[in-house]
Design a protein. Structure first.
Length: 280
């Protein structure tokens, strides 16, 4: 389970082994950053120059001696951010009917998405910072595609994109990688099903794909609009996701249902256990 060294080897093979390279990191806040920071710190210790791009208001992303921090202003406060994230986390542990949980998920994701889109919009409008990124000659972008701002920058800078993620709502990561997701044994969100289902459970699992269409539309389409305006060309969410060179998937199949993988998808679930000694 100690996946941190293999992750570093994988990233170093992408960035080049002969000399230190320059990496732009565009993370997502919260627990997403805690896992990514493991990789970022080791890359910096190996001699690579790492620049982390983050909003001035964050919960977990803080300056470090291991990397250069570039920050940009956003139109919300830390109190606003914490309030919405806490409300969303509380919902995750609530029980109830599918309809009740779906409505709450819709409302929570919409509010969280508004923060991400607002932050991304202010970043892309920061001409001085964008000019710095263009002049810095990075070799690759490491980003969490649950927020698509890093993907937009990778496309603008014409850089290889390494996606570091736990998963993307609505199965967008499956579609972008052309990875099979048969409802016969890959459970959908909110179903509380396992990979072993009866016929009626498979039907229920299939029907749960329908509301995903609405969730994806309002959660990710604003990024498509931002990207199209910033890049001055028509860009879809799938265009942004398909550009990934490598998908580093923070999943551990000891704890999760099995699923197909494509050749450029690397499971790295053990990175979360890098500094924990597990009992036999």
């Amino acid at each position: 389970l100690s996946a941190s060294p293999p992750v570093v080897v994988l990233l170093l093979s992408l960035l080049g082994l002969a000399a230190a390279e320059k990496l732009l990191v565009v993370p997502a806040d919260g627990s997403h950053w805690l896992s990514m920071q493991e990789v970022v710190d080791i890359l910096a210790q190996r001699g690579h120059e790492v620049v982390v791009l983050a909003p001035e208001v964050t919960m977990r992303i803080k300056p470090s001696k291991n990397f250069v921090m570039k920050m940009y202003s956003v139109p919300y406060t830390e109190e606003d951010l914490k309030k919405e994230f806490q409300a969303f986390f509380h919902f995750s542990f609530e029980e109830g009917s599918f309809l009740k949980r779906f409505v709450k998920a819709y409302q929570g994701i919409k509010r969280i998405t508004n923060f991400g889109v607002s932050s991304c919009g202010h970043l892309l409008q920061n001409k001085e910072l964008i000019r710095y990124l263009e002049d810095s000659k990075f070799d690759a972008v490491l980003t969490d595609p649950v927020l698509l701002c890093g993907a937009i920058l990778a496309k603008r800078l014409s850089l290889p994109a390494v996606y570091f993620l736990r998963g993307i709502p609505c199965g967008l990561d499956f579609d972008a990688t052309q990875c099979p997701r048969p409802p016969s044994y890959v459970p959908r969100g909110f179903t509380q099903l396992t990979d072993r289902m009866s016929f009626l459970q498979r039907v229920k699992n299939l029907l749960h794909d329908i509301p995903d269409i609405f969730l994806c539309d309002f959660a990710f389409q604003p990024y498509s609009k931002l990207a199209s305006e910033f890049l001055q060309q028509e860009v879809t969410v799938q265009d942004l996701l398909r550009q990934a060179s490598i998908w580093l998937l923070r999943s551990e199949f000891v704890l999760e249902y099995p699923r197909p993988l494509m050749p450029n998808i690397i499971p790295i679930g053990g990175v979360n256990c890098a500094h924990k000694e597990l009992a036999q």
